[in-house]
Write a protein that binds this ligand. Structure first.
Ligand SMILES: O=c1[nH]c(=O)c2[nH]c(=O)[nH]c2[nH]1
Length: 304
């Protein structure tokens, strides 16, 4: 085989990463707050910029950042709706921009409880999960992937781990009653035919989060793998508009402490919560007729 000396540009995208935008809605004295970290990346014909130093097609990353702030002036609504607006703006405004990738993390604030009621304009950052959203656009195809991360859950019983193969390196004792704990990271992809304008992404998010939490509680867990599948199945059964859901979940081990040196028993009550190493359980739960959408998932790290 002869080596080609013809060097060409491959896949490329560019934009502004991690634009922190906080929108306060102050129509009344009871303010609302929306808090996002937004990344905008454009795809299209940027050949001349890379090869000739011609920036005629390069919508500046600074402009992309400014657009995010300007669009927030009209309200955010939901991270997904906000990203869809951005995707529409950039692909319809510049003919050589044929697609892109827009991503957000959303941080939730609760009203501070003060003197027995929820305060109008003072908030405390919600310690629970971070909401995530990604919009990927390629020509006329739009993918929406919603999700969450750092949703920490634990159950004190109804979990065990037995029946695994034993070899010369196996020391783990079998148990039918252990603590099961994890930080749920999940991303769910809506079907490509979704009526995005008619979808209430905030409601969908709250509903899916509740199903994930219920799924964690419901059955006896023979392994985190089984619980993961239970959680995903519940979401797909209730949400026909979701094609697949991916999980990445650490198994946060809780080891029973040996209290016998102190003359004490330990009937599953005192644990050492190890932070590492942790099991790492990842899987996709999908419909058997789901068409894979690798383009939607590319750039999302940490899932399989
Ligand atoms: O739920 C579990 N899944 C595993 O794959 C595993 N492996 C292990 O050592 N403990 C556990 N627990």
């Amino acid at each position: 085989m002869t080596m080609s000396n013809n060097i060409v540009l491959g896949d490329n995208q560019y934009g502004k990463a991690e634009v922190r935008v906080v929108k306060v809605t102050r129509d009344t004295d009871r303010h609302q707050i929306e808090d996002l970290n937004v990344t905008s990346q454009l795809r299209g014909d940027f050949q001349a910029a890379h090869l000739q130093g011609d920036n005629a097609h390069v919508v500046a990353t600074d402009t992309q950042k400014n657009t995010i702030y300007a669009f927030a002036r009209d309200g955010i609504g939901s991270p997904e709706a906000f990203l869809l607006r951005l995707s529409e703006h950039f692909t319809s405004g510049f003919e050589w921009v044929t697609g892109g990738r827009w991503e957000a993390e959303a941080y939730t604030w609760d009203r501070i409880q003060a003197h027995g009621s929820e305060h109008d304009h003072s908030f405390v950052r919600k310690g629970q999960e971070v909401r995530t959203a990604v919009v990927v656009r390629e020509g006329n195809t739009t993918h929406v992937i919603s999700g969450l991360k750092d949703l920490t859950v634990l159950k004190t019983t109804q979990s065990g781990f037995v029946g695994y193969p034993r070899d010369r390196y196996t020391t783990l004792p079998e148990t039918t009653d252990r603590i099961l704990a994890t930080d749920v990271s999940a991303r769910w992809r809506y079907s490509t035919g979704l009526d995005v304008a008619g979808t209430d992404f905030n409601k969908s998010y709250e509903d899916i989060k509740a199903l994930l939490l219920e799924g964690f509680t419901e059955n006896y867990s023979h392994a985190l793998q089984q619980t993961l599948f239970d959680m995903g199945k519940k979401v797909l059964e209730a949400h026909s508009e979701v094609d697949e859901i991916k999980f990445s979940m650490p198994n946060k081990h809780h080891f029973l402490v040996d209290l016998s040196p102190f003359g004490l028993d330990n009937p599953n009550e005192v644990f050492f919560a190890a932070d590492r190493p942790y099991g790492l359980i990842e899987a996709t739960v999908q419909r058997d007729n789901t068409t894979p959408a690798p383009a939607a998932w590319s750039g999302i790290a940490g899932f399989c």
